[in-house]
Design a protein around this ligand. Structure first.
Ligand code: WT7
Length: 652
């Protein structure tokens, strides 16, 4: 065993079995069936995935071979042809789902729109014609820079319909970020809106696009949705209103079939260093992963109303707002704005108003709800909810328990789902009808996923030993390459374990407990060296968050002459709590009690807020620079709010 393994200090042992009631109605409620299917799926993954692909997807031409694997390049469902938008829309026409709501949209100002499958099909068909008339077709790149409005879903599916590759750029990104992404993939067309609503204000999307496309020679046209009615400049010959393009476009569109491996989208993921990585996903494998995981992990039923709070600018929005859910014929609720507009109970209000049954959100949001206080939740019934989900970071056990009691009223299973932009679909998560959930653990790998905790040589470590989380075999929804940079693809994901070019490195540290549950302890790059032990950030942070005064915490290392590395924690307090020296001492003792004195922080710093990415992840790299007393030098373009960093530096 390598000495680079990670010491795990968590003592979380609570466990929640599915209730008899939930089990009885679950898509998968039998432990025996689960065991059999799971064993088959990992012992004969190709057989398993081949059968699922045949059963789950609508093919125009059947595939000949399940997998062609030349590490690190995979081709899934070789020789098959299908159309992804047909799999999300046309398949439901002429069935009982035809007039079912595909999307229920609520804008931040309170406007509501319901779009049935038949209507969504019509919208997508029209836009597909518009694309074809503009000469946008198979393989062309289309950049989408839109608010969370139905047109964003329509645009994604219309790209899929004509075989164009979409790249969705989160609406919070700057003109510079848009320009870089468009230039990297050489997009021909941009679809945007005049603006989008956020905290009662208009975000001027079109103005950002105008600035960006000054520096993007490949962009020929810009389609503009009117959302807010704010003034915009339309450039003659380049810009066209969505509504004007719309007039006269035919209502039906015969979708072409594309190869299983036809590129579906590029999604830029920040990465902590320099240039964003253009993660490429292709058609059949991606869709299968998104569809199958949605069905099982969310236990989807025909009558569900599902709300995922992620923006479509992230992979969560791609897989679990659009593709996975629509392929299953579900009703998806979309919300445009901020969770605290007009007040911090907006989510709970909408859940009651629309009778939402499933909520999928992120730990960062859950911690914000906790900080805002229980009263905002207690005003609402939340009786329609039956399942909760979490994604994006390890969920602190404290936040898990709050979510369980306050939102789920102890009735709803919580599916903590571990996955990545690169994995395309959920990889580790409970099967809510069979798996016992443990606060803070994403539990077990999904069907067909060979996840292991390994040492630096790629060899599995014993249970309860920390190491690197690796995926030992390819899976259908895996990324295929990084756009225009296959070398970086090989280096970033497939070169970690010498002599094992077929093993995928996730970048995460993890441990498996005696029951086989996986615990993500944080990013490997963030692992701390505390008194000679390598400890993941998640466990120290969770210990702090379990103190009643603490809302959020981030742990980083600071170079120290004596110890090598000193442990510095940044702590955000719950509203009403006062930052005192006594509290610092109390927190140190608390961590000592929770995980042992080796992990007692050397220094505690109170912060009004922590620097986060736009998707809500704490940027520990920046805190590390602040803790070391220096200026923040690295790339900060993915930072949500630079003033947070400025405030932390000012206190220094
Ligand atoms: C990284 C991937 C997956 C879509 C959203 C984020 C962390 C994600 C969990 C979880 C612990 C998690 C990991 C992972 N992460 N979900 N349930 N438990 N950690 O996608 O931006 O590509 O980030 O987020 O560190 O590697 P992403």
């Amino acid at each position: 065993m390598s000495d680079q393994t990670i010491t795990s200090v968590s003592r979380e042992h609570r466990s929640f079995r599915p209730s008899a009631e939930f089990k009885a109605q679950a898509n998968l409620g039998s432990d025996a069936v689960y065991k059999r299917l799971y064993a088959e799926s990992v012992n004969s993954p190709e057989k398993f995935w081949g059968r699922q692909a045949t059963e789950q997807l609508i093919w125009r031409k059947p595939f000949k071979k399940v997998l062609d694997w030349k590490p690190p390049h995979a081709k899934w469902f070789v020789g098959g042809k299908l159309n992804v938008s047909e799999n999300c829309l046309d398949r439901h026409l002429g069935t009982a789902r035809e007039n079912k709501a595909a999307l229920i949209f609520e804008g931040e100002p309170g406007d509501v729109r319901t779009i049935t499958y038949k209507q969504l099909h019509l919208h997508v068909s029209r836009l597909a014609h518009i694309f074809e008339n503009m000469g946008v077709g198979a393989g062309d790149r289309v950049a989408l820079y839109l608010p969370m409005i139905p047109e964003a879903v329509v645009a994604m599916l219309a790209c899929a319909r004509v075989g164009a590759i979409h790249t969705v750029i989160f609406g919070g990104f700057s003109a510079e970020a848009i320009k870089d992404r468009i230039n990297d993939c050489k997009a021909k067309l941009v679809i945007t809106a005049d603006g989008g609503w956020r905290r009662g204000k208009v975000i001027e999307l079109k103005a950002n696009v105008d600035k960006a496309v000054e520096g993007t020679p490949t962009v020929q046209s810009v389609i503009v949705v009117k959302r807010c009615g704010n003034p915009v400049t339309m450039k003659e010959g380049r810009d066209i209103w969505w509504k004007d393009a719309w007039e006269g476009a035919p209502n039906s569109h015969k979708a072409k079939a594309f190869d299983s491996e036809h590129p579906l989208f590029i999604l830029y993921t920040s990465g902590s260093t320099g240039k964003p990585k253009g993660v490429l996903h292709t058609s059949a494998g991606y869709l299968l992963g998104a569809k199958l995981t949605s069905h099982y992990v969310f236990d989807l039923k025909e009558t569900d109303r599902y709300f995922c709070s992620a923006d479509i600018g992230w992979i969560t929005g791609h897989s679990y707002v659009v593709y996975g859910l629509l392929a299953n014929g579900s009703t998806v609720f979309m919300y445009e704005g901020a969770p605290n507009q007009p007040e911090p109970d907006r989510f709970w209000q909408m859940i009651d108003r629309h009778a939402i049954t499933i909520l999928y959100t992120a730990p960062t949001a859950i911690r914000a709800f906790m900080r805002w206080g229980d009263n905002y939740v207690l005003r609402h019934s939340l009786a329609s909810l039956r399942l909760l989900g979490s994604v994006g970071e390890p969920i602190n056990p404290e936040a898990w328990m709050w979510y369980h009691k306050m939102i789920g009223k102890k009735r709803c299973p919580i599916v903590d789902t571990w996955w990545q932009t690169e994995t395309g679909a959920i990889m580790i998560a409970p099967m809510p009808g069979v798996t016992a959930c443990t606060p803070g653990s994403a539990t077990k790998p999904f069907f067909g996923i060979s996840a292991k905790v390994v040492d630096d040589q790629g060899k599995e470590v014993p249970r309860n030993t920390g190491g690197k989380l690796a995926i030992m075999k390819p899976w259908p929804s895996m990324l295929r390459t990084l756009w225009g940079d296959d070398e970086r693809y090989k280096k970033a994901y497939w070169s970690e374990f010498a002599g094992q070019p077929g093993v995928y490195f996730t970048g995460d540290g993890a441990r498996q407990d005696k029951d086989g549950n996986f615990w993500i302890v944080g990013r490997i790059d963030d692992v701390l060296n505390v008194s000679g032990h390598r400890i993941g950030t998640a466990e120290i942070e969770s210990a702090l968050v379990s103190h009643p005064a603490v809302a959020e915490a981030a742990a980083v290392g600071r170079p120290d002459e004596l110890k090598g590395q000193a442990l510095v924690v940044f702590v955000t307090l719950k509203s009403g709590q006062i930052a005192t020296e006594e509290l610092k001492e109390a927190l140190r003792s608390h961590v000592g009690r929770e995980i042992g004195s080796l992990a007692k922080p050397d220094s505690i710093r109170f912060a009004a807020s922590l620097p986060k990415t736009r998707s809500g992840k704490i940027m520990r790299r920046i805190l590390k620079e602040i803790a070391a007393g220096g200026l923040v030098k690295g790339d900060t373009t993915t930072l949500e709010d630079f003033s947070v960093v400025a405030a932390l530096q000012a206190e220094d």
